[in-house]
Design a protein around this ligand. Structure first.
Ligand SMILES: Nc1ncnc2c1ncn2[C@@H]1O[C@H](COP(=O)(O)OP(=O)(O)OP(=O)(O)O)[C@@H](O)[C@H]1O
Length: 700
């Protein structure tokens, strides 16, 4: 890595001030951690790499290390803990606070992007960034690319030019993997190779456009911060001096820029700990490089390595199956995970006649588990794609089973919320062209052409909210003036965030009524719930940044508030289930083409990543694991076809699992399924006959 260091102050003579004072009572740590975990917690100085398998206590180790450092007298603000999601950070800090005290919640941290955002805001003026820069979320970044693409006339090429989403992927991959655009196009979109030069040019123009309009996309947050360290060494030194202890979770999913940032953060004190599991690397598609974890000892030559191999999460039965599955990966780093937990039930493979049966099986089984005393919050249904659970969501609602969903559509992706947020974004940054485009086109009669004219005026104007003065046909004058007056009056900062949001809501509701007449009541309810969420944020800047950096799931506002005495169960994509655990896990739609994805089957490295994804999913289960697939699937709502169970389920040793067949019987006891017959479980030891089931195998 080409990193130049400019160490301007000499901190070497600090009398060992980095070492914690060891005021912590070691007994607590010794009794609750195994010896490897204890070593990882108490080895605070220097570089440390903790490589560990699933469920071996990485999170626990990090949490206890935070507690240990704080109890040893390290000020919370000197500690940086980087996690993969904000949720993970919040959970970890809450757990740390339970071990130690509330000081733990004061440590610095969050995701790489959020921490980078915080530092860039803080130092914007010093490094030549506009202070009110806007963070582009994924959708906004694509819109911006579209604007640039259209301005360059690339959308009018005779041959099909790549769409905005493809362009965004190519540009982002090239930046995250630090590869030339041409190589990325060749590897991922060879049919667009003839456009490589244009894409390169477009990427350059996109960069310029963002700079000119004070816009930063996600990748910029990381690279701008990296550049801060490279170009402003004194400032960089000041930042790393303040970070005495740096800890990074999920290191296997960092990309090259993130690895560079870790080196910069820890450049002064050199106390850096990375924790990760190469078998759980599932973000290569976003530029993550699991080799970072292998390179860590090279990056930090005096690095100590600690392995965690005792799995505390799962029963030996679940562990045997997951060990077998991950050992099929072509490229792997062998770890021998073992469990001392008492024996439990074999994991089950459930072949359902069709998707409806799969859904009914899961809903019914959840109710049974609840009857048996398993709290709903200890149950999760995991899936490859967010859309895989739509039918199940309906069924759960029908049966009044409360759930939250992670990894599905985000609040900010829903059209009406996007509209609503566009006003707030304009109040914050009146030069946000994408938001202007959106809100202008909500006005009656205003189409893309008129919106463009107004935007051109806004760009050149010193007082962008005064759009009422734009020379336009009289039919728009009043509505433009209204809009400009609203935004202008709310931009003064005199109103609280809640009051601002309420005023926007008042203005927007009649427009929403026009635009979404069909399902207006539902959308209105969404917005009301969204206003409640907004009430938790301190100000507009924090709200917009956090929504972009860590979007809220749509079901979080759609679902009825959970009963206070019963926390909901979880539906989640596998990617969003990372780091979490539940007593019972259902994995649905385990079909070839889904997991592994049809886009991955021709490439060994991609197949390995899919296998790791399955491994992550299965290792979330503590006691019960159900791997389900429908034998017959339906596409476009009416065409049935025979599916293939995932190739990863083939040739599994019989001793590692049992099969469950779903049998439909007339009910003797009171009906639960709206008077219809309900499917019964029929367990079958896998003993030798594990060929795929078809309708003939099913006893009905
Ligand atoms: N030393 C220990 N003694 C008892 N239980 C432990 C110990 N270490 C971890 N556990 C428990 O094991 C489970 C898994 O731990 P944790 O979530 O920290 O693992 P992890 O390595 O982060 O898992 P993954 O990477 O799979 O998400 C948790 O329920 C945790 O409380």
């Amino acid at each position: 890595m080409n990193t130049r260091k400019f160490v301007l102050y000499d901190d070497s003579d600090d009398g060992g001030k980095d070492s914690p004072a060891h005021g912590a009572s070691l007994e607590k740590y010794q009794s609750e951690l195994n010896s490897a975990q204890f070593e990882a917690v108490t080895t605070t100085d220097g570089a440390l790499l903790v490589v560990a398998g699933a469920g071996t206590g990485k999170t626990k180790t990090l949490t206890y290390r935070v507690g240990y450092l704080i109890e040893s007298g390290v000020p919370a603000s000197d500690i940086l803990l980087l996690t993969f999601t904000r949720r993970a950070a919040q959970e970890m800090l809450a757990r740390a606070a339970a071990i130690c005290d509330s000081r733990c919640s004061q440590i610095q941290g969050g995701t790489f992007h959020a921490f980078a955002h915080k530092l860039l805001r803080l130092h914007a003026s010093q490094i030549g960034l506009a202070e009110n820069f806007t963070v582009l979320d994924q959708a906004d970044a694509e819109e911006t690319l579209d604007i640039v693409r259209t301005a360059l006339g690339f959308n009018k090429k005779e041959k099909r030019f790549p769409k905005k989403r493809t362009l965004a992927t190519v540009i982002s991959t090239s930046r995250n993997k630090q590869l030339p655009i041409e190589l990325v196009v060749e590897a991922q979109y060879p049919h667009f190779l003839s456009f490589a030069e244009e894409i390169e040019f477009l990427a350059k123009k996109y960069r310029e456009y963002k700079r000119a309009n004070a816009l930063l996309d996600f990748d910029d947050l990381l690279t701008e911060l990296r550049d801060l360290f490279l170009n402003f060494p004194e400032l960089g030194h000041q930042i790393s001096s303040s970070l005495r202890y740096v800890m990074v979770d999920e290191y296997q999913d960092t990309n090259l820029v993130q690895a560079e940032l870790v080196a910069h953060f820890s450049a002064v004190h050199k106390n850096v700990m990375a924790v990760g599991d190469d078998a759980q690397s599932i973000y290569a598609f976003r530029g993550a490089n699991y080799r970072n974890i292998l390179d860590f000892p090279n990056q930090f030559p005096e690095c100590k390595l600690i392995k965690l191999e005792e799995n505390y999460r799962s029963t030996p039965e679940i562990l045997s199956l997951t060990n077998f599955v991950i050992n099929r990966a072509k490229e792997k780093f062998t770890k021998t995970l073992f469990s001392r937990k008492p024996e439990g039930e074999l994991p089950a493979i459930v072949s359902a006649p069709d998707e409806r049966f799969q859904t009914r099986f899961i809903a019914q089984r959840i109710l049974e588990l609840r009857e048996e005393g398993v709290p709903l919050r200890e149950i999760a249904v995991l899936m490859r794609n967010g859309r895989d659970s739509y039918a199940l969501e309906l069924e759960l609602r029908k049966r009044n089973i409360p759930f939250v969903k992670f990894g599905g559509q985000k609040v900010v992706e829903a059209a009406h919320i996007k509209d609503f947020l566009a006003y707030l974004k304009l109040i914050y940054n009146p030069r946000d062209v994408i938001s202007w485009n959106r809100v202008l086109q909500l006005l009656e009669g205003v189409g893309p052409k008129t919106a463009k004219q107004v935007i051109e005026w806004v760009k050149d104007s010193g007082s962008p909210y005064e759009i009422g003065g734009v020379k336009m046909s009289a039919k728009y004058a009043a509505s433009l003036k209204n809009l400009g007056d609203l935004l202008g009056s709310l931009s003064s900062g005199k109103k609280s965030l809640g009051e601002t949001a309420a005023a926007v809501m008042n203005y927007y509701l009649p427009l929403m009524h026009e635009k979404y007449y069909e399902d207006f009541p539902k959308r209105e309810k969404d917005l009301e719930n969204f206003l409640n969420i907004i009430a938790n944020y301190q100000n507009l800047e924090t709200l917009l940044a956090e929504l972009a950096l860590d979007p809220i799931e749509l079901t979080a506002i759609e679902t009825e508030p959970a009963k206070p005495d019963e926390q909901p169960m979880t539906l989640s994509t596998i990617h969003s289930a990372k780091g979490l655990e539940w007593r019972t896990v259902f994995l649905i739609n385990m079909l070839d083409g889904v997991l592994p994805s049809k886009y991955a089957v021709d490439d060994a490295a991609s197949l390995d990543e899919e296998l790791r994804l399955l491994y992550v999913a299965m290792t979330r289960a503590k006691s019960l694991l159900y791997v389900c697939y429908p034998i017959v699937c339906t596409q476009r709502g009416f065409e049935d076809y025979m599916s293939n169970p995932s190739r990863f389920l083939q040739k599994l040793p019989d001793a590692l699992y049992e099969r469950i067949l779903l049998v439909q019987e007339k009910r003797k006891s009171p009906p639960q399924l709206s008077g219809k017959a309900k499917p019964q479980l029929q367990k079958k030891a896998s003993g030798g006959k594990n060929e795929n089931f078809n309708d003939d195998n099913l006893p009905f």
